[in-house]
Design a protein around this ligand. Structure first.
Ligand code: ARG
Length: 280
């Protein structure tokens, strides 16, 4: 029997997600290095690719809800930026750029209408673009979008200790483009995206993390969504898929090339709603 066969199978936990159809997706402005308004975008193809992600989440047994896209807000498809939800508490997003400003209140209203406890943020934070929950710890990116002040605000409202991480490479402007949470205390990341002092923190907290190389990070291989067993990621990030298989995960590749033109992929399109645990 090989070591592979001895390993117990990883368990998937059903999740609750929020997504936004890219009905109005286009690239008309540029707020990250991937966005080039001169490059044509095929909105219909973006919708088709996005629908494949939606269908896959549902096939894997996850509960996906949809928020209505706002006309004139092409980036609203990147639902991960809309909020951060822990124990049914919703920290709203406050965007750095005016082009996306209206998205924050739109997402907050969606949650408020459904009875969630919401907090209207004071400081700039771009939701799960920069806040990733790993077990009981909130990994929090800064450097380009979310501010260090927002980290303190998140810790206070969500009640989880925050580990702040500084991003230094403009191509990886949100934490979820540079780091993936695979399970409670397992992550993968691209070391080149982090400031040396943040890298030291990551090494200390996660000595066994999968280190991803620049080529795979450039394919948005870290913009992935894990349910503890299946890891959905861009199919072009072949090296990441191999590494995941070695660790006993089941990588599932998808083509989201149109959405990459806005600087996002699988994770950007998927906001996780962590509901309040049911009382026992
Ligand atoms: N065009 C969007 C922006 O620059 C892309 C956001 C991607 N979302 C993410 N969670 N990284 O804001």
């Amino acid at each position: 029997m090989t070591a592979m066969e001895l390993r117990p199978q990883r368990a998937a936990r059903p999740r609750h997600y929020l997504m936004c159809r890219p009905t109005h997706f286009e690239v008309t402005y540029s707020i990250n290095p991937w966005m080039d308004p001169a490059k044509p975008v095929d909105t219909e193809l973006a919708v088709t690719q996005w629908e494949q992600l939606l269908a896959l989440h549902r096939r894997l047994g996850h509960h996906v809800e949809l928020i209505d896209p706002l006309p004139g807000h092409p980036d609203m498809v990147y639902a991960a930026n809309g909020a951060t939800v822990v124990d049914g508490r919703v920290l709203g997003a406050r965007f750095r750029d005016t082009e996306r400003a209206a998205e924050g209140p739109a997402y907050l209203e969606w949650f408020r209408d459904r009875g969630y406890r919401v907090h209207d943020p004071v400081h700039v934070n771009e939701g799960e673009g920069d806040f990733l929950l790993a077990g009981d710890r909130l990994l929090a990116g800064t450097g380009f979008r979310s501010t260090p002040e927002s980290h303190a605000e998140a810790q206070e409202f969500l009640g989880r200790p925050v580990a702040g991480l500084e991003l230094v490479d403009p191509r990886f402007y949100h934490l979820d483009t540079a780091l993936t949470v695979l399970d409670e205390d397992e992550i993968m990341y691209f070391p080149g995206a982090f400031a040396p002092h943040s890298l030291a923190v990551l090494r200390r907290l996660y000595p066994d993390a999968i280190l991803v190389d620049e080529a795979d990070a450039e394919h948005f291989g870290l913009n992935a969504v894990s349910d503890g067993r299946h890891v959905i990621l861009p199919e072009s990030a072949a090296g990441v898929a191999r590494r995941l298989r070695e660790r006993g995960f089941e990588p599932v590749g998808l083509d989201l090339s149109e959405l990459l033109k806005g600087g996002g992929s699988v994770k950007c399109c998927t906001l996780e709603i962590r509901d309040r645990p049911a009382l026992g």
